[in-house]
Design a protein around this ligand. Structure first.
Ligand SMILES: NC(=[NH2+])NCCC[C@H](N)C(=O)O
Length: 415
């Protein structure tokens, strides 16, 4: 099946002036990706755990894999926006430069003198150079030469980070979420990803294409990560609560979405607090209007607290209900079809760890998945889902799949 992406460009090809996302599987018109760059070359066995990677990727191959991923999407008519391009464009606005530099210069780490020297250096360089510094980070030996002695510079190892690299920018899913015609800038839970929020925020605030985009959910509220947010159907959100998104984050997001009329039901879904299931989309993603691919080990113990508006600016939290039942009811369908990963417990666990559940729908019944998850992909095809396979041998070392590596900006409405 070839998903025809009904583009809403103007005749001159300018982008859709009113992008929106109301589902997980509507034909994907525009998506935000980040092609991994030199920030991945900062990973070493000494820091990969702290930087949330399970290995040290071969960067050139990871870039080839990512280029292939982007081409698969373009081949189905999806417009691919690259984060680095948007960041450079946004940084032509002095307000964006100020915000980006403010987020990167840490006086507590550098001391006042070195911080001032770094700030003036970053202020003096081009948008392209500044974007590189903000994404790749800077070591102490890469800091600009400064007059006078600096105890801080002398006492740090030259390859210590003066500005941390952001290797997890690759996972654009987590730092912003489109709900309807608004974008939520999330609040990432772990220090290694904290600064991604600031970069994502300045892109949406200052890039000409997004200046008019409304905001959902107050930025910098309690932690919510996009990997935990699924748009099950127009007006129906599921938010995983586990290793990253907290109950307070889920409540804040739910209140915002209900208040703004972006949802009528939000399902708060408790998930095990561990790295293998760090986000809801590591165990469950939608592959069709009424179908999910799900890790069988969680299927029977996945519950949800339905949250709805009380009609008076507050919310009503309903009793805990099996997730599949609560989702079907909120979506107004008889039931959700569940496609399991893997044939047996070991295969299922292996393929879940390798992001077999983390599919990206390009359209209803058409998904991108890692080729390595052979059994899960076969079961998807047995269930009538077309699978576009991509390599993830190096990309996967960051513990993320096609859904993690993508942030839909515009999906056509489901007919
Ligand atoms: N939506 C997702 N499942 N994102 C995966 C993010 C992986 C990243 N290394 C982290 O630990 O945060």
């Amino acid at each position: 099946m070839t998903a025809h992406i009904a583009r809403t460009e103007h005749l001159d090809g300018t982008p859709n002036p009113a992008p929106r996302v109301d589902s997980e599987v509507g034909p994907l018109r525009t998506v935000l990706l980040h092609r991994p760059g030199a920030e991945l070359k900062r990973l070493t066995p000494r820091n990969n755990d702290q930087l949330l990677f399970d290995g040290v990727p071969w960067v050139d191959r990871a870039q080839e894999e990512h280029d292939a991923f982007a081409e698969v999407l373009r081949g189905r008519g999806t417009e691919v926006l690259l984060l680095s391009d948007l960041l450079v464009a946004a940084l032509h606005d002095d307000r964006a430069r100020i915000a980006g530099i403010h987020s990167a210069v840490n006086e507590r780490r550098l001391g006042i003198d070195l911080a001032d020297a770094l700030r003036s250096h970053l202020t003096s360089i081009s948008p392209e150079q500044l974007a590189t510094a903000l994404m790749t980070g800077m070591t102490f030996e890469e800091l600009p030469a400064a007059e006078g002695a600096s105890l801080v510079r002398k006492m740090h190892h030259p390859i210590d980070f003066a500005v941390d690299p952001l290797p997890n920018l690759l996972f654009t899913r987590d730092s912003s979420v489109w709900v309807g015609d608004r974008v939520a800038i999330t609040s990432l839970a772990l220090p290694a990803r904290d600064r991604e929020t600031a970069l994502t925020d300045l892109i949406y605030a200052y890039h000409p294409r997004f200046r008019k985009t409304g905001r959902a959910y107050g930025a910098h509220s309690a932690p919510v990560e996009g990997g935990d947010v699924l748009l099950l159907a127009p007006g129906v959100l599921a938010i995983g609560v586990g290793e990253r998104t907290t109950p307070a984050g889920a409540e804040s997001f739910a209140r915002s979405a209900l208040r703004d009329g972006l949802a009528h039901t939000v399902l708060a879904v408790p998930i095990t607090q561990e790295r293998a299931t760090m986000h809801l989309d590591t165990v469950c993603t939608m592959v069709d209007r009424d179908a999910v691919v799900m890790y069988p080990a969680v299927r029977d113990n996945l519950f949800a607290y339905p949250v709805r508006s009380d009609g008076d600016g507050g919310v009503v939290v309903h009793d805990r209900t099996p997730f599949l039942d609560a989702a079907a009811e909120a979506m107004g369908i008889e039931k959700l079809r569940v496609i399991d990963t893997g044939l047996d417990a070991v295969t299922a666990e292996r393929e879940q760890w390798d992001d077999g559940n983390n599919t990206l729908a390009v359209g209803p019944g058409l998904v991108v998945a890692y080729e390595r998850n052979v059994e899960t992909n076969a079961r998807l095809e047995d269930a009538g889902v077309e699978v576009l396979r991509i390599s993830g041998s190096e990309l996967g070392s960051g513990r993320g799949g096609p859904r993690c590596m993508s942030c839909p900006i515009d999906r056509a409405a489901l007919k």
